[in-house]
Write a protein of this length. Structure first.
Ligand SMILES: *[C@@H]1O[C@H](CO)[C@@H](O)[C@H](O)[C@H]1NC(C)=O
Ligand SMILES: *[C@@H]1O[C@H](CO)[C@@H](O)[C@H](O)[C@H]1NC(C)=O
Ligand SMILES: *[C@@H]1O[C@H](CO)[C@@H](O)[C@H](O)[C@H]1NC(C)=O
Ligand SMILES: *[C@@H]1O[C@H](CO)[C@@H](O)[C@H](O)[C@H]1NC(C)=O
Ligand SMILES: *[C@@H]1O[C@H](CO)[C@@H](O)[C@H](O)[C@H]1NC(C)=O
Length: 331
């Protein structure tokens, strides 16, 4: 991993190479509202259950909600102590999830030192009586700001955690609660003084870990082994404004959200804006994306938003939303 030496060059180039292509008519009507939360509800991340329900983490409400995308209904699954915002969420076993929390100042994105923690959420237990379905796995006191998390396909009870503040990827063994740094490189840090959040979204396909760096406007990937260790150097896949989280298709196409837009990044790095726009309210405050998992919504990409809480578009502030777009229309 010697890409760090190249990093300053990337930065100089970024100003000129961030060019995205809009599709001829990205129709606003192609984005459908599934559910809208009350004002100031910041939806940060999504995980889809096998039955199609969407688990939605909230940074502002310190809660996890469940949205049924077919019925357009919502229910609060879990409420943490106020101030403990919920960030990444991933499935580590059949209907068993891990979510990370941290005390985050929403306006500055700064996390209180030592406040991060990882929780195990057994949705099977929740469905059958709602008792003893949540356990504290670990106090992640060394992690700066846990953001995106992903379970390792070859060892699902081990998760990787993006530390957006410290610019690191950690590995957490959810069985023991032990965690260590697994990927360390300058390219995981934000070099943007106005947006000090680096590595953000994490997803794995085949032997590649893909990640965004929000402050530095990049999507990268790195080959990893079954333990999550890097086996090669980091590769730059594409550049785009403020890439937050994303969903990865089987062929390596990334559907990245950020800057009020949905980008499609093909495996060869071509970026196209599928929906939204920097000053457009269609995808205002979009933070996260996940594919549907049932037969009925397999081609649907769900997106979570913060409703413009951080950066209202034209002063518009609404509650966080769950939106849906049919991805197959673009294929
Ligand atoms: C986490 O920290 C709390 C408060 O300090 C403590 O009560 C708890 O036992 C810790 N849990 C773990 C799993 O380390
Ligand atoms: C977890 O860490 C502790 C302390 O370093 C160590 O004794 C233990 O063997 C580790 N457990 C696993 C399963 O790695
Ligand atoms: C992963 O890499 C670290 C050093 O970066 C090394 O200490 C560790 O043994 C490696 N783990 C495995 C399972 O290869
Ligand atoms: C968005 O709005 C800002 C402020 O009004 C303006 O400076 C900027 O050029 C606009 N960007 C686009 C892509 O329309
Ligand atoms: C949400 O906030 C906006 C802006 O402050 C306000 O115009 C709107 O009425 C609020 N909506 C609700 C349902 O309170």
């Amino acid at each position: 991993m010697h890409i760090s030496q190249l990093h300053p060059t990337f930065l100089l180039l970024l100003a000129t190479i961030i060019t995205t292509h809009a599709l001829p008519t990205p129709s606003e009507t192609s984005v459908n509202l599934i559910y809208q939360f009350p004002n100031t509800t910041w939806i940060e991340n999504l995980a889809v259950r096998r039955n199609g329900d969407i688990l939605c983490t909230s940074l502002s409400a310190a809660a996890i909600f469940l949205v049924n995308p077919f019925e357009h209904t919502e229910e609060r699954v879990l409420q943490f102590v106020a101030g403990n915002g919920v960030l990444g969420i991933t499935e580590i076993g059949d209907d068993i999830f891990v979510a990370v929390t941290s005390q985050v100042n929403l306006m500055t994105s700064e996390a209180a030192a030592g406040s991060a923690a990882a929780w195990r959420i057994d949705m099977k237990a929740w469905s059958s009586g709602r008792e003893n379905f949540v356990t504290l796995l670990a106090n992640l006191t060394q992690i700066g700001l846990p953001d995106g998390i992903v379970s390792l396909p070859s060892r699902p009870t081990t998760i990787l955690i993006a530390d957006a503040a410290k610019g690191l990827v950690w590995k957490l063994d959810t069985l023991s609660g032990n965690y260590t740094i697994v990927i360390e490189d300058d390219i995981l840090h934000s070099s943007n003084p106005f947006l000090p959040l680096g590595v953000d979204g994490l997803h794995v396909i085949d032997e590649y870990l893909y990640f965004t760096n929000l402050g530095d406007n990049i999507l990268c990937r790195i080959a990893i082994d079954k333990h999550g260790n890097a086996t090669d150097e980091i590769e730059l896949v594409a550049t785009m404004p403020f890439p937050d989280d994303f969903a990865l298709a089987q062929d390596g196409t990334a559907y990245v959200v950020g800057a009020n837009q949905l980008y499609r990044v093909s495996p060869d790095g071509v970026v196209v804006v599928l929906a939204g726009g920097i000053n457009d309210t269609t995808l205002e405050g979009v933070t996260s994306a996940q594919f549907g998992r049932t037969r009925e919504d397999a081609g649907v990409l769900y997106m979570g938003t913060n409703g413009g809480l951080l950066a209202p578009v034209n002063g518009r502030l609404i509650g966080g939303q769950i939106l849906a777009i049919d991805i197959e229309q673009f294929i």
